[in-house]
Each structure stands twice: as structure tokens, then as C-alpha cells.
Design a protein around this ligand. Sequence first.
Ligand code: SAH
Ligand code: SF4
Length: 350
Amino acid sequence: MRQPFFLIMEDIRNISIEQLEDFLVSIGEKKFRAKQIWSWLWQKGVGSFYEMTNISAALRQQLAASFTFHRTIIAQEANSKDKTAKFAFRLHDGKLVEGVLIPSGERVTACISSQVGCPLGCTFCATGTMGFIRNMHYSEIVDEYVLMDRRARELYGNGISNIVFMGMGEPLLNFNNVMTAIDKLTAKDGWGLSPTRITLSTAGIVKGIKALADRNFPCGLAVSLHSADPAVRQVIMPVTDHNSLHDLQAALVYYHQKTGERITFEYLLLSKVNDTRQAAEKLARYCRPFPVKINIIEYNETKDGLYHRSYPNQREEFIDYLKSCNMVVNVRQSRGQDIAAACGQLVKQG
Ligand code: SAH
Ligand code: SF4
């Protein structure tokens, strides 16, 4: 049974197209108007009813009187000398989240947030120190894309080509909203982005990874591993308490079997914590059950100074060992450090 929508002032982007049709019919409007309104919401990405120019002023007024429109705006922008741009988005309730644009040749990658804060408290991550404030609604996640895509065209002459869920928050702990946002971004009657250009990064939520495998998740998946030693990982990533390395490995075997995809691990090198020869051996052993790609990330200093970046020679030895085991290893360049836009530096109070 369809839910009644007109009893409370519902956000227009929180209802289905069928509910919108019902509403229009109930006020004596033609049902097909729903498609027009839908296209303004989920294809053109307007921020208010008043921008829906093929809708009569009377109907726009009626919509505004019947629904709310949770609007997201860019509250702040910082531009790095390497052309990376960081944005603070103000959500309808005043909360702030961050997103980053990273241009590279023709390509523009948008790093977007999925939660306000993060409940997982990784000890090396600035977002982790904020604690968890709330999940983002799918329309807010889509807004990050829409607003940054417009700015990307102005700044670089190209729109966003790739999206990574590597901003604030743990996407697999906001599963339904993240999946709906991805559906909207990839829908043919939405923004039509290719799912292969979207990557979700997770700290290793076992249940979520299995759910992605069962859905035949069409996007890329990256797992922030950072240590294959249970004792070390438990200290730097408390998520390990309920998502042990053993269970994570089993979930990734399942994911690989179901999707045929190679597993991408993110590995942040922290001096003397996870960059030793022994740590590299553990990592190589952990990766045996599936084909992998390891992305080595350099640590970006956060304010607390708990950790330090690995020394270059230690980093080289670590990488050489993995390569000697025939593993695919990439070193990810960190961008936007001068504006604190790099991985793990995103933190906002609001
Ligand atoms: N919660 C998800 C996605 C957001 S974090 C996850 O953890 O995967 C995005 C990436 O930034 C993760 O790989 C995370 O481990 C990394 N990161 C966090 N803090 C960092 C720091 N200080 N320096 C470099 N990378 C960091
Ligand atoms: Fe959350 Fe990811 Fe930061 Fe860990 S690294 S605290 S999971 S955002």
C-alpha cells in the first residue's frame, strides 16, 4: 500500500514518483507533470521549486506549500595550488560535510562524503575524531555531485568523470542511502554515470561487503586494510573488534567469487606501525586467497601528531617486498595537502 504523503510536510526528494503522481492527481493536476518535476529533481538537480521553469507558477506554489525542499549549498571553497578544490557543504539542518575535486588531465575525480562524521574512530583519521553525527540522505549525497560537477565545469572546463566515496564517513554503514544515491547517479533517466567510474571505499564492514556481493554491485570497491596483523589493526581501526580480519577475508573471498572482481586494498603506511618487513609478509599472506591490487597511501598528518609518515627507504622496501610476491602495487599521490583536502584530513564541526 502506498504511504500517505500529504499529512506531514515531506521533503519532495524523499517520495517516490508514484507518490508524486498521486499528489498531483489529488490536486486536479495531470499525472504526466510528475515526470517533468522528477526530471528537475533527479536529472537537472535544481535546488528549489522556483527553478522548475516548465511548471506553472501556480503549481510551483502549490508544491512549495505542500512539500519541503531540503537544500544543500556550498558554504566554503578552498583552492589548492595543485588545482585540487575542497568544498564545505551546508546541509539543510546546518550540518557541514566536505567534498573534494581532484583534476588530473581530462579526468576530474570527486571525493564525496556519505555521513556527517564517522562512528568508526580510526585513530589516524581526522574525520574519525569528530565522532558520528548523522547519516546523509541520498539526496544530499547526490547534491555533492551536482554542486561539484557545476564547479568542475567552471574551474577545469570538464565535469566530474569519476566518483570515490572517500570523503567523510563509512558508506557501508549508510547502506541504503548510498545505494539509492548510486542508483540516481547511474540511472538512464538520471545522470547516467557509468558505475565503473564510481568507487566505494570501506573500512571493512563484513555484512555490507556480503550485501554488495549479493546485489552484484556494479561499482568499484576498495577496502581500507592498513594492517593484516589483528593486534595492530585493532588499535588503529577499532572496527576490527566486530569485523575481524578473518571474517573480512571470508567476505572478500565471497565477493570475489560472486563478482569476479579483483580486490583493491588501500594501505596507509604509518612509520613503525605497519611498514615493517614483517607487516609486508603478513599482508602478502593475507592476500593469498584472491587477486589483489594494493594502493599504497602516504599518511597525511592530522593535528594530533599520533603517527608519522614512513621513511622513503622503508616505504620502498615494503613495496619491493610486495612486488617480489608478484602483487600489483600502486603508490597514490596525495593531493591538496595545502588546503587539508587530502585523505583523512576532512573534519568539520557544525
Ligand atoms: N570510511 C571509508 C571511506 C572514507 S576514508 C574508509 O575508511 O575506507 C577514505 C580513505 O582515507 C581511507 O582509505 C582511509 O583509511 C584514508 N585515510 C584516513 N585518514 C588518513 C590520513 N590521515 N592520511 C591518509 N589517508 C587517510
Ligand atoms: Fe571513518 Fe574511514 Fe575515517 Fe575510519 S578512515 S574514521 S572509517 S572515515
